[in-house]
Design a protein around this ligand. Structure first.
Ligand code: CMC
Length: 414
């Protein structure tokens, strides 16, 4: 075992050095026992809270690996379901394994009337992310025949259907049940469930299917982001998979996390309505007295381009061209990117567009309304959340329970 000698208060303390595939870390779990000191790291900026083999980000070089494979290769060669299998199982499926995997997902396609009735009672004013997390949390109570080992197939089948139901109810479309046919691809099925109307099935558009497939692959996993860490924390408390994923959905909803995709389009629309003066908004974002930030910019780990943003930009441009539509928002976004790249505030702080910057433009082109954007992100992130939940469960990791630095009153009497 490698040891690091840490010199504190006139003494050397021998702390183990942990070697990951790429990173090294000092194991400080015994530091308090040896020195009475704890570590302080708000936002966990420099703290590894776990070991994981699911995905890896090289923030300095802007690289992302899923189970060791570069995201660019996966985007070129794999479907969402194949990538989902990879994330959950560690390797790509052969023909038979993929067939079994798809059949298992399809076997959970029915939605009980009790779920329709539950959804019907939720007011339309409720945000789709709040509805999705609530239904996910109680999903298992609608069907107590689900075996533990099937719960991830169950979630992969049910969450797209529930998302479509949430969208259809909110936007006044009749609830028609679209049966998952074995021959239909996962992504095409999502689009059919969202957009079919009675007597008129959703017209298949391969450009749209391809764009959504790629975007959801980009979302599948991303190390210890806020929602994934939330799911892992719940798993560490031995919470069930449904409540853990439900908590992950709520964490994702935040505007600094997945909710940024909705915030980006709202910001771009505001800039457009305001006359499109990009530099005015850049100056606002730089002004420390103003709380405004450029949504879709910056990332905790990437200190170079977010590789997902590069792909999402290409997918957005390509889709808009193929669908032959003009979206002035795309022009605003591209000009904003160009102007920030020239600005020293952004280059010195290493702030580049992140995945959420171009994703909303793709969703808008597909016809998905703004308040459903983060729901789509959740559908993409679901396999990652499940893989992390399983990793914690299988490794029997201890319950997540950080320390704090208490700054309140000393003991006092009433
Ligand atoms: N616009 C203007 N300034 C920014 C921005 C921004 N979008 N992001 C960071 N900064 C500045 C920040 O003010 C700070 O400046 P200073 O050092 O002078 O105080 C510096 O850059 C570092 O920022 P930070 O907030 O300490 O960095 P962080 O790692 O804690 O936060 C972040 C990362 C993504 C929350 C942040 O960059 C942000 O708020 N971005 C906008 C929201 C967003 O796009 N979120 C999506 C993230 S990617 C996908 C996902 O996670 O779902």
């Amino acid at each position: 075992m490698c040891i690091i000698n840490l010199y504190i208060n006139g003494r050397y303390h021998r702390l183990p050095l942990i070697n990951g595939t790429f990173d090294k870390a000092i194991d400080i779990s015994k530091l308090r026992e040896y020195t009475k000191l704890i570590t302080f790291d708000p936002g966990l900026k420099n703290t590894a809270i776990t070991k994981s083999s699911i995905s890896f980000i090289n923030g300095e070089n802007g690289k992302l690996l899923y189970r060791g494979y570069p995201i660019e290769q996966i985007i070129d060669k794999c479907s969402f379901v194949e990538t989902c299998y990879l994330i959950l199982n560690g390797s790509f499926p052969d023909y038979k394994q993929l067939k079994f995997f798809k059949e298992k997902i399809n076997s959970f396609d029915s939605i009980q009337n009790k779920i329709y009735n539950f959804l019907d009672k939720i007011p339309n004013s409720c945000h789709p992310m709040a509805i999705l997390s609530s239904i996910t949390n109680i999903l298992s109570s609608f069907d107590n025949s689900i075996k533990n080992e099937d719960s991830h197939f169950y979630l992969l089948s049910k969450l797209p259907t529930l998302s479509a139901m949430i969208y259809r109810k909110k936007y006044g479309l009749p609830n028609i049940f679209i049966k998952n046919k074995k021959s239909i691809c996962y992504i095409y099925n999502i689009l059919k469930m969202f957009f079919s109307i009675p007597n008129k099935s959703y017209e298949k558009n391969n450009h749209i299917i391809d764009a959504l497939e790629k975007l959801l692959i980009l979302h599948i996993d991303h190390e210890q982001n806020c929602s994934t860490t939330t799911v892992r924390l719940l798993s560490s408390a031995r919470s069930n998979i449904f409540s853990s994923i439900s908590a992950g959905i709520n964490a994702l909803w935040g505007r600094l996390h997945g909710g940024a995709n909705q915030a980006v389009i709202e910001m771009l629309e505001t800039i457009l309505k305001d006359g499109g003066n990009i530099n005015k908004w850049i100056e606002k974002a730089k002004d420390k007295k103003n709380s405004f930030r450029l949504m879709g910019f910056g990332h905790r780990i990437y200190k170079n381009f977010d590789p997902r943003a590069k792909i999402a930009k290409y997918v957005a441009e390509n889709l808009i061209k193929k669908l032959n539509i003009y979206d002035p928002i795309l022009d605003i976004a591209k000009n904003l990117e160009i102007n920030t790249l020239k600005d020293s505030y952004f280059s010195e702080k290493k702030l580049y567009p992140n995945i959420d910057f171009y994703s909303g433009i793709i969703y808008q082109a597909i016809g998905i309304p703004k308040d459903m954007f983060t729901v789509m992100f959740a559908l993409g992130r679901l396999p990652g959340w499940i893989a992390h939940w399983i990793e914690i469960k299988n490794n029997l990791e201890p319950i997540g329970r950080p320390r704090q630095i208490y700054i309140g009153n000393k003991k006092r009497n009433i």
